[in-house]
Structure formats: C-alpha cells, structure tokens
Write a protein that binds this ligand. Structure first.
Ligand code: HEC
Length: 413
C-alpha cells in the first residue's frame, strides 16, 4: 500500500470500503503464513464435525434447544424458536458465516478449519482465494469461463483441474511428527513438559488428538473418514461470494464427480498417520474452535478488521478478538508465532498471546517454577516437521525411528 491520499479508489492504496483514508494500524490484519503439512487430515476432521453438528441440528424440533458437541468438544447450545427461526447467540466457537439463518434455512454450522480466524472451509477454497488475492490469478471454478475479473487482458487463467492439482499437493503433504532425543535429561524434560501442558489447562483448547472415525464420511458415504474426496462436500457454491467446484455430475466448471484419495496410503509422502483399531488419531493439538484470546478491543492482539463479517459492514470495522486454536503439530518449524507472527519465541506466544479465555491456563503456566516452564517449552520443541520420507513419526535426534514408540498410546495420540 502506498497510503497515497490522492488515490481515492476504495480498497486501492489509501482508502477503505467505507471511503475513509486508512493508516498502517487499521488498514489490514497482519498475517503469518502457516504450514499445510497434514492439512488433508484436518479437513476430514472438520467435515466429520460438520456432519455431526448438522445431524444434531436437524433433530431439534421448533420450540426446543440442544447442546452441540462433536469429538468431545462442546460448541454451546442451539435454539430452534417456536416460529421456526433459529437463535445462535449461545452457540460457541463457530465462525459467523456458519451461523446465518432464516426460517427456511437453518445455520450451516460448518466447521472452517483454515484461516487463522476460521474463515475457510476447504483447502480448495483457500487455494482459489490465494491464487486470486496473493497472485492476481483467477481460476475458472471461482470466476467462471471467459471473465477477465482483474482486467489484465487474460481470461481463463487457471482450470478447475489446476486448482484440484494444487489442492491435492497440499492435502497429501507428510504429517508433522516428534523428535525425542535419547539423552535421558532431555527425554525426561519432554515427558514432564507434556504432563504439565495438560495439568495447567493448555489441553482444554490444544486437544492433543482428535479421532477420525471410520463410519463418517459426508463426501463419500460408506467410506472411512480418511478417504479424502476432492472437491469436498461443503464448498461454497455458485451464488455465494466465493464459489468453488462442488461434487456432482460433470458440469464444467461448476461440479465434477469427486476424486477419492486414501490419506493413509504408503504411496503418499511419508510420514503418515495410520488407522489403529478403526480410528486415525490426528495429533494436531487443536479443537478447531474459535476462542476469544483478548482482554477487550484494546488488547494488543485484537485485530482492526473482522474478516468473518461482510467486507465494509459495521461488524467488519468493529474488529476481531477470536482466533481458531492454532494447531501445534509442526510448531518447532513454524515460527515466528501468533496470527501476526509478532512473537519471536514460543514463550512469548504463551505469555503475551493468551489473554481472554486463555487467561487461567496462562496464569497457571506462569505460576510454575522456571525449570518446569522450561520443560513445557522442551515438549513444544519436540513437535516437529520431519525430513520428507522419514518412515515413522517419532524419531531421535539423528532422525532414527524410535522403535516401539509409534504404537505407544502416548505417541499415537
Ligand atoms: C482458550 C483456548 C486456549 C488455551 C487454554 C491455550 N491456548 Fe494456546 N492458542 C490458542 C489460540 C486460539 C491460539 C492462536 C492465537 C493466534 O492466532 O494468535 C494459540 C496459540 C498458541 C501458540 C502459538 C502457536 C503458533 O504457531 O503461533 C502456542 C505456542 C500456544 N498457543 C501454547 C499454549 C500453551 C503452552 C498453553 C497453556 C499454558 C495454551 N496455549 C493455552 C488457544 C488456547
């Protein structure tokens, strides 16, 4: 942005959607890039959670209410008013775009696992967004055929197949693992830090692992939850503000029969998660839920814009204090930390980035003697993205597999 006040084109270089000249502080939300490793498993978890929540919603008679919960995570209470409309004011942790409703259409309750404020439903949607926003390249499944949306003289810049390929590259990436050195002192510190991470309350949001079940696959009914389908069943459709290819008959570039990929296959980049007793445990340390991590709008971590509200609306300019619980798998390789990347160390992210709902856990962490705080950091440091091709998910400091650990319940989870 130039902040050139002679440029009066809205959302150009100096003026916002409301026609107000902007400053560095209120023009945008700062964003750090995060890793896509394991993103296929994350999307499939979110699809199962959405299916569960929608099934719970669909059996609430008018005039009644019900608690929403999936995979042990509570999402508050949904009220179905006696006149047929819905009251979502007691629903928790689900982003605003999934809560809009009317008498004829209930809230979608779609879990949006991507974007740091939980705004995006699928890797495909993110990919369509990013090619456009970050690279100025418009895809056919987002913008249709023959349109030159950005006036650069080119139409049909990316095919739906291009977007499918870019999506599959990301969802098939190797999953993060753990590095646990054989040195007894380091190993002991990691184990103790992992216990403390639970006992001070970090795991209320950073849930160590979520189960991908074998009997729930809304994109491929009857197939286990680790059979990824592209395009996904909950993609925003034509008519929404961010359409994508959806599953259906061949109707280019609107719908296509889904491709099915076994996320646990040995033919995909290693390491991978495997099904054990009919469940794939996904150890991502998140609940895929939004939490308010700020002490009010003046908290240094609050954002100037709320991207879950329509651009330019009053709610959009009211700002945002809610963030999706960051996945901590692969944390070691993904600094700097926090949504804006302003924390250089993990310790800063804990101490300076956990207000609001996370205050109790943060205070409990800060009340630990310094050596015990250090063990929590040692535990977090063990959560690493392993070199591509590593055949197992738990290795020592020389990247040798730690035999037996893979089937150890603690490491499965
Ligand atoms: C109330 C829910 C909640 C609790 C409790 C919580 N966290 Fe978090 N944590 C979050 C959210 C949400 C984020 C993402 C913040 C953001 O986007 O800026 C996060 C981010 C982090 C990050 C930064 C990750 C990154 O890649 O940037 C670390 C490290 C972290 N948490 C560790 C902890 C530890 C350690 C504890 C316990 C002392 C804890 N958290 C307790 C919700 C929570």
């Amino acid at each position: 942005m130039t902040f050139d006040h002679t440029d009066t084109m809205p959302t150009g270089d100096a003026m916002d959607e409301a026609g107000t000249m902007v400053t560095m502080e209120n023009a945008f939300n700062e964003r750090k890039t995060i890793g896509m490793n394991g993103s296929g498993f994350i999307e499939m978890l979110a699809r199962q959670m959405t299916a569960d929540l929608q099934a719970q919603r669909d059996v609430i008679p008018a005039g009644a209410s019900a608690a929403l919960s999936t995979k042990g995570i509570s999402f508050g209470t949904l009220v179905h008013n006696s006149d047929g409309s819905w009251n979502t004011s007691k629903v928790q942790g689900i982003p605003a775009p999934s809560l809009t409703s009317s008498k004829t259409s209930p809230p979608s309750l779609i879990i949006r696992p991507f974007h740091q404020v939980g705004n995006v439903i699928s890797v495909r949607q993110f990919t369509n967004n990013a090619f456009n926003h970050h690279h100025g390249i418009q895809s056919e499944d987002r913008f249709g055929l023959g349109t030159d949306q950005d006036g650069d003289g080119f139409a049909n810049e990316l095919t739906a197949a291009d977007i499918t390929a870019a999506t599959l590259f990301q969802i098939a990436m190797n999953v993060p693992g753990r590095v646990i050195p054989r040195d007894a002192a380091v190993q002991g510190a990691i184990a103790s830090g992992e216990r403390l991470f639970g006992s001070v309350g970090c795991t209320t949001c950073h849930v160590p692992a979520l189960p991908l079940a074998s009997d729930n696959n809304p994109g491929a009914p009857g197939k286990p939850g680790w059979m990824y389908t592209e395009p996904g069943p909950y993609n925003p459709v034509i008519g929404s503000n961010a359409p994508n290819l959806i599953p259906g008959p061949v109707n280019y570039p609107v719908s296509a029969p889904p491709l099915v990929i076994d996320l646990t296959s040995d033919r995909l980049p290693q390491p991978r998660l495997k099904a054990v007793a009919g469940i794939v445990w996904v150890p991502a340390y998140t609940d895929l839920k939004l939490h308010n991590l700020c002490d009010g709008p003046n908290d240094p971590n609050a954002e100037p814009l709320d991207q879950n509200q329509p651009a330019g609306s009053a709610g959009f300019f009211a700002g945002n204090q809610q963030f999706i619980t960051r996945k901590l798998w692969g944390l070691y390789n993904q600094g700097p930390f926090g949504h804006s990347g302003k924390f250089t160390t993990m310790r800063e992210a804990i101490n300076l980035g956990h207000n609001g709902e996370a205050t109790m856990a943060r205070l409990a962490f800060q009340a630990l003697p310094a050596p015990q705080q250090d063990t929590v950091i040692e535990f977090l440091k063990s959560l690493q993205i392993l070199p591509p091709g590593t055949p197992c998910r738990v290795v020592d400091e020389r990247n040798n597999c730690r035999e037996g650990e893979e089937n150890d319940a603690r490491n499965q989870r």
